[in-house]
Design a protein around this ligand. Structure first.
Ligand code: ASP
Ligand code: MG
Length: 439
């Protein structure tokens, strides 16, 4: 069984859906196809939800109508036969009636999740209608019947596997399954989701659950690149990465892959391929257990980082100090990205300011606390970086003119991280592209 996931732009136009239908029927291997919402839809739903939460029903109604008009013309373009077009229109009606009913209900978080789920529900149903029109045998598998998260909002692979295996058993005669990315049920049984961009996560979970042969993530660029193509002029697609390298890159900024989506595939050792719908024959990036070659493979940057430095002479020769510091972050469910220590100070970075004030207040009894916001983590990712000849020299000569705030090296054999003021991010990425890759 092969898993193929197509993102919003890959299904965002009727002609793209046509392309997807060709890609999923190229070979005879059984498949589960995971789809995102049409591009722009989830953002539109977020806006509708925001209007409702502010009590602005008039605006919400306008936004719903605009979105509906988009789907009406999509159906007209996508479906040509009367029977399937009627079906397409009926399902659009059904989902927009739901959104219109919501206008009259008081807003809640559960309702918000229901609203956000409409995108994937519609994209998969429309695609299913299209496949039907093309005479392509398939089954629509509702993600809400097998994809779930627990009370900590974590997907539990064994539970997902049990439900999905059962569903597939019931439809042994089918070779092609279509399902929704992103959406799931939570511990209360309500509709929920795997967070923005979560369709990749769905695909990886599904691939791990069925022990798939491969998990293909189809987007609109040709794999993971060695640097951010929006910032530096020349970048190259990386042919091969290990799961660990890919996880670091996804977390530290490479937008192509959802950061949490690596672990399920890694756990079951299912290779992940990043492929380009517009260039289906390009090799893309293959992510497997083995790292392949030794050396630096990519750099990526993550913005919105806050550095917190705690200085205390009480840390000198003291034990238990770090535990107390970490407990504060734990209490506020705030994860630490980078950490460096000296004998009398510890610096950490976080990527959310949600509880910053509380955290600082609770750290203050330990010593002087300094906060620096608007920082970026620039991560250098590769395999056995420390074994790469001359690596530190190359790295630091490349960025010699940058005021680096923090350095983290040695925590992982796959990563060196630098913290730089965000105003220096672009320059840092450009200098590293030259200094490390000669590009
Ligand atoms: N449609 C969702 C989003 O835009 C999930 C996804 O595309 O992966 O975030
Ligand atoms: Mg997406």
């Amino acid at each position: 069984m092969k898993v193929m996931k197509f993102g919003g732009t890959s299904v965002g136009k009727p002609e793209r859906m046509h392309q997807v239908s060709q890609l999923i029927t190229k070979d005879a291997e059984p498949k589960i196809v995971v789809l995102s919402a049409l591009s722009g839809t989830t953002n539109a739903l977020v806006e509708i939800s925001a209007s409702l939460s502010h009590g602005d029903r008039t605006l919400a109604k306008q936004q719903i109508d605009t979105l509906e008009a988009h789907y009406r013309s999509f159906v007209l373009d996508l479906l040509k036969k009367e029977e399937t077009r009627t079906k397409g229109n009926a399902l659009v009606t059904e989902h927009f009636e739901f959104l219109n009913i919501i206008l009259r209900i008081s807003f809640s978080e559960a309702l918000n999740k229901d609203i956000l789920a409409q995108g994937e529900l519609m994209s998969t149903k429309l695609f299913s209608a299209y496949l039907e029109e093309q005479g392509i045998d398939h089954l629509l598998l509702p993600a809400l019947e097998f994809m779930s998260i627990d009370a900590n909002e974590e997907p539990q692979l064994p539970a997902i596997r049990a439900k999905l295996t059962h569903l597939l058993q019931e439809h042994k005669d089918k070779k092609l399954f279509i399902t929704q990315g992103y959406i799931c049920r939570n511990a209360k049984g309500e509709v929920d989701n795997l967070k923005r961009g979560g369709s990749d996560y769905t695909a990886s979970l599904v691939a791990a659950a069925v022990h798939g042969t491969v998990c293909e993530i189809w987007t609109d660029i040709d794999g993971m690149h060695n640097n951010d193509p929006r910032i530096v002029e020349k970048t190259i697609a990386i042919k091969q990465l290990s799961f660990d390298e890919a996880a670091e890159l996804a977390y530290f900024g490479a937008k192509i892959l959802h950061p949490t989506c690596i672990w399920p595939a890694q756990q079951e050792n299912v290779p992940v391929k990043l492929l380009n719908t517009m260039e289906p024959d390009a090799p893309g990036t293959v992510i497997t257990k083995e790292a392949g070659s030794v050396g630096i493979k990519a750099v990526a940057a993550k913005d919105g980082i806050i550095a917190i430095k705690i200085k205390s002479s009480r840390m000198l020769l003291a034990y238990g100090f770090l535990r107390k510091v970490f407990e504060v972050f734990e209490k506020y469910h705030t994860s630490i990205d980078m950490i460096t220590t000296s004998e009398v100070a510890v610096s950490v970075t976080i990527d959310s300011d949600m509880y910053l004030l509380q955290i600082v207040r609770e750290l203050e009894p330990f010593g002087t606390v300094e906060v620096e916001d608007q920082q970026s983590i620039v991560s250098i990712v590769g395999n056995e970086i420390a074994k790469t000849e001359d690596v530190l020299h190359k790295l630091f000569s490349a960025v010699s003119e940058i005021p680096v705030t923090m350095v983290s090296y040695g925590g992982s054999p796959h990563n060196i991280s630098l913290l730089v003021p965000s105003t220096n991010k672009t320059k840092t990425l450009q200098l590293l592209n030259k200094g490390l890759f000669g590009l």
